[in-house]
Every structure is written in structure tokens, then in C-alpha cells.
Design a protein around this ligand. Structure first.
Ligand code: NAP
Length: 494
């Protein structure tokens, strides 16, 4: 069974609904007519609307009490659904909370229409056992399709839905909310009969609904199937990442059956997520703030470089063994080497966090002389001792800038939302230096702007992101993505 993608029409007038219906039909062969959104909907308006359809439709009329917009009485609502059957709508959706007698009546008199009985939970995702009970209870009513949609408070809720979907061919199921996005995208992999996508960002009918253009342009939705290998970015603010926009086009370009998603999760959710990651045999992951250190304990083996750096930003699932790598060092070095050789150069590294460790490892490998400075001096001292390089106090930044050829900011200063901050002030720069800011968003940080106007060559954090992504891609797939393709896709996100 191939998952169908359905676009809801949520206009509040019949005229606009017809416009949106025509627009939606350009993208898909299944449209949900949310007639409860249409002001003063009545049989006449319903008739006009259904006359205008050229593809299959689901007619839905959710009452206000179930997060819909229909304010008429139950009799009027059921009449609209019955009329939709008479008018040969392909599907009619009725809520499982409706009176069982009414649902039974609709099902018995369904003619050519398929009846979907739906359960929505806008607060949470119940555990699998409870979800299975909900499914079995609805099944007793003998509908054509069962729809179970819940709210994901955690990324881990999606896995309850994936388990529920197993071995069922009459179920539409996914999670709502930002953390539920993966279940909408992976509907074809885990077997939801239908998934929903919005016509555009303004026309969502439920939280977390993805724009139909994004479904295909970013996630290659039409190529996802049971065999698709799942990769994603594990991070607390993963939703802001650009990686999905550069990885997925490269998978498509090389005809590799992979999809790259975002796994937004906190440290508390990480252990359960990694259990699910194993159980569902995800193929790999990128790892970002704040999980690069903690994740080490949750995987099976760390390669030598990642061990030396002490942080993992890449996971590869090799025959059920989770291997950890670090590609940040490679990204930083390749980005710097685009502008300068590194051997015997003097480099000032600002910051002593996980990214600083990767940058220092790479610079040292290339033969640069390194001085570390950091807000918390003890951390700089410790890092300098770990890598056998120099550290300094920050009290004379101008002298530090003058004394070095290359300056790399590895702190998060200047990153969104604090875009007006810079770790080096205007009067502390001198011309002729090479300055890299690894902060990826915004691409042109305040530090880079100041450095450029002082006459320095600048390198954006996006160059590092790009190069490290290429190395990750190779680790997951064993193939080289096209550099120019990734570069152009990254530019589109800026
Ligand atoms: P981290 O381990 O949390 O380290 C943060 C560093 O920033 C620490 O040295 C911290 O100093 C310093 N810092 C934070 N706020 C500061 C402030 N207000 N003033 C002075 N110093 C401050 O984070 P990370 O993993 O190293 O990541 C750091 C940055 O690198 C992030 O912006 C991340 O997005 C970026 N990054 C980019 C790429 C890429 O591909 N472009 C890859 C990896 C990371 P203290 O020690 O004093 O707290």
C-alpha cells in the first residue's frame, strides 16, 4: 500500500475553498475539505464545493468541542456528512467521540463512500497499549479506515505511533506538533495509509503540518518507502539546522534511499531516544548542542579521532553497532585551507567548548601553533594541557590579534538570537588576518563584519558546516556527494 498525501482546504468561504481546492489538486490526488472552516456552511455550499472537485476528497466537519470550527448542532453536522455521501464524496471523516449510533448509521448507509473514524488527542500521545485499545474499539464499528492522531510532547512519542502502525493496513496515524514532524514524513516507511500536508505555511489545519512543497523539495517525500534509511540531526534546537536542506538533495542526486530529518530533543529525552534509534534501526545521525559529549556513553564504539577530540558529532549504524565519529575538525580545517595553508601559522582559538576541541585537534594536525583563550580561564588551561598547546588570559585582545595570523571564534557569541554581539571589538582588530567564525547562524556574524571592515579575510561558519557535512555523507553512504550541489543548496538557505 502506498501512502497517500492529503492536503486540507481550510478556507472560510466557498469561493476561497474552490480556489484552494484547485491549487491543492495540482499537488495531490487527495484533498480534505474541512467544511467546518467555512462560515455558515450548509447543504447548498457543500454541493457547490463538491461540484468543483476533480480529484478524490475527504469531507470533514469537526465540531468546536473537538478542536474544529463547526458551531451548528449535531443533527446539522451529521446531515452535512450524509449529504456528502449522497454527493459521492470518496471519503467522509467522523470523530470516534461522536455518538456510536450515529457513526453506525453513517457506516451502514455509506454507499460508495469510505468512512474514516478518527481519534484526535491534542494534549499528548498515549502509550502503545492505550493506543491499541483505541484502535480496537474503533475497529469494532467497522469503518473503512481508522485515524489516530496524537500530540507529540517528545520526539519519543513518534515511536509509539510507529509501533501502532505495524501490520495494519487500515490505519492513518501520526503525531501533531513540531516534535511529531518525523511521523508525518515517515508515514510511507511505517505504513500510515495517509499523511497530511498543508497547501502553504499559512494554511495549516493542525500543528506541525508541513507545507506540501517542503515535503517534496526538502524531504523527497515521494521517494520514501519501507526500505528508506533514516538519518537525522540530534539536537536541542535541531529544527533551526540547515543540514536537511543539503543532505536530502544529495541523497536524491545519487539515487540513495535515505532521508535526513531533525530530531529535536533535550538531554532528558536522549537515553530513550537512543533506545528507539537502535530498535528502529536508524542508519545514522548528526549530533549537535548539547549532546556531543553525553551521547558517547550511549553508543558502542568511538573512532580514534573522536576519542582524542572527546566529542562525537556523527553516528553511523554499522550492522546494529553504533559507531561515533567527529567530522567538525575536518570541516573547520577544510574551510580554513580554502584561504590559507596552516603549517607553521599562528592561530588564536577563542573558546574552550566541544567545537574548540575539534578545531584545535585539526589545527594541531596541520602543524599550526595554537593559543587558546576562553571566558572561563580554567577551561582554556585544561584544554591547552590536553592538547599540549598555549593558553592566554583575554585581558589584551588586541595584542592577541596582532600576534596571530589566524583567528577562529569557536564560542557561541554572536549566534542567533544575540546577533549584535562580538567576542572581539572593533578597535581590537588589525588588518591582514584570516578570521573564521564557526557560528553558522547568522552566516555573516557581527565578528565577521567587523573583521572584514578592518581589512581581514573572513570565513563563515557555513563553510565549516559544508565540509563537515560532506564527510558525514561519506561515512553514512560510502559515496561522495557533489560539492557544488551541496554548496548551492546551502546558499539557498542563507
Ligand atoms: P559549547 O561546548 O557549549 O562551548 C561554548 C563556548 O562558548 C565555551 O567556550 C563558552 O565559554 C563560550 N561562550 C558562550 N557564551 C559566551 C559569552 N557570552 N562570552 C564568552 N564566551 C562564551 O558549544 P560548542 O559545541 O563548542 O559550540 C560552539 C559554537 O560552535 C556554536 O555556535 C555552534 O553552533 C558552533 N558550531 C559550528 C559548527 C559548524 O559546522 N559551523 C560545528 C560545531 C559547532 P565558557 O567555557 O566560559 O562557558
Amino acid at each position: 500500500m502506498k501512502t497517500r498525501i492529503c492536503v486540507p482546504v481550510t478556507a472560510d468561504t466557498v469561493d476561497q475553498a474552490i480556489v484552494d481546492l484547485k491549487q491543492a489538486e495540482k499537488f495531490t490526488d487527495l484533498v480534505e475539505l474541512r467544511i467546518d472552516f467555512i462560515k455558515n456552511i450548509d447543504i447548498g455550499k457543500l454541493e457547490i464545493l463538491l461540484k468543483n472537485k476533480t480529484k478524490e476528497v475527504i469531507v470533514t466537519c469537526r465540531p468546536k468541542s473537538l478542536n474544529g470550527n463547526f458551531i451548528g448542532n449535531e443533527k446539522e453536522r451529521i446531515n452535512l456528512l450524509k449529504k456528502s455521501i449522497e454527493l459521492n464524496a470518496e471519503f467522509v471523516d467522523i470523530e470516534s467521540d461522536s455518538d456510536n449510533g450515529l457513526i453506525g448509521d453513517i457506516i451502514q448507509n455509506k454507499k460508495n463512500t469510505k468512512i474514516i473514524v478518527s481519534y484526535h488527542n491534542f494534549k499528548e500521545t498515549p502509550k502503545l497499549e492505550q493506543l491499541a485499545n483505541i484502535y480496537n474499539d474503533i475497529k469494532k464499528l467497522n469503518p473503512d479506515l481508522i485515524k489516530i492522531v496524537t500530540f507529540a510532547g517528545s520526539i519519543n512519542d513518534n515511536f509509539e505511533i510507529f509501533k501502532l502502525l505495524k501490520d495494519k493496513n487500515d490505519l492513518i496515524s501520526f503525531c501533531m506538533g513540531l516534535r511529531g514532524e518525523i511521523s508525518r514524513i515517515l508515514a510511507p516507511k511505517y505504513g500510515s495509509c495517509i499523511t497530511f500536508a498543508s497547501l502553504n505555511e499559512e494554511k495549516v489545519s493542525a500543528p506541525g503540518q508541513i507545507d506540501i512543497n517542503e515535503m517534496d523539495n526538502v524531504y523527497n517525500f515521494s521517494l520514501i518507502n519501507e526500505e528508506t534509511m533514516v538519518i537525522g540531526l540530534i539536537g536541542e534546537h535541531a529544527e533551526h539546522s540547515k543540514s536537511k536542506s543539503i543532505m536530502n538533495p544529495s541523497f536524491k542526486d545519487l539515487k540513495l534511499n535515505f532521508v535526513y530529518l531533525t530530531f529535536k530533543l533535550t538531554t532528558d529525552e536522549l537515553p530513550a531516544f537512543m533506545k528507539n534509534f537502535r530498535q528502529f534501526e536508524f542508519a545514522g545521525a548528526s549530533v549537535t548542542i548539547p549532546h556531543k559529549l553525553k551521547i558517547i556513553k550511549m553508543i558502542d564504539e568511538i573512532d580514534e579521532t573522536a576519542q582524542k577530540i572527546g566529542a562525537t558529532n556523527t553516528i553511523v549504524n554499522k550492522n546494529d553497532k553504533l559507531m561515533g565519529y567527529n567530522t567538525d575538525y575536518y570541516g573547520a580545517i577544510e574551510a580554513l585551507k580554502e584561504k590559507t595553508p596552516l603549517n607553521n601559522k599562528k592561530a588564536l582559538v577563542l573558546g574552550a567548548g566541544g567545537a574548540a576541541r575539534a578545531v584545535i585537534y585539526g589545527l594541531k594536525k596541520e602543524g599550526a601553533g595554537i593559543t587558546i583563550v576562553n571566558r572561563t580561564k580554567e577551561k582554556a588551561e585544561k584544554l591547552a594541557s590536553d592538547f599540549d598547546v598555549k593558553f592566554s588570559e583575554i585581558n589584551n585582545m588586541k595584542k592577541l590579534v596582532i600576534d596571530n595570523d589566524i583567528i577562529v571564534n569557536t564560542t557561541s557569541v554572536g549566534m542567533v538570537p544575540n546577533i549584535n554581539e562580538s567576542i572581539i571589538k572593533e578597535d581590537e582588530f588589525v588588518s591582514g588576518k584570516i578570521v573564521m567564525d564557526i557560528v553558522p547562524i547568522p552566516p555573516n556574524t557581527k565578528l565577521l563584519k567587523i573583521a572584514k571592515s578592518a581589512g581581514c579575510q573572513v570565513i563563515s561558519g557555513n563553510r565549516m558546516l559544508l565540509h563537515q557535512a560532506i564527510k558525514q555523507f561519506r561515512l553514512w553512504t560510502g559515496q561522495d556527494p557533489k560539492f557544488k550541489l551541496m554548496e548551492s543548496k546551502l546558499k539557498l538557505t542563507l
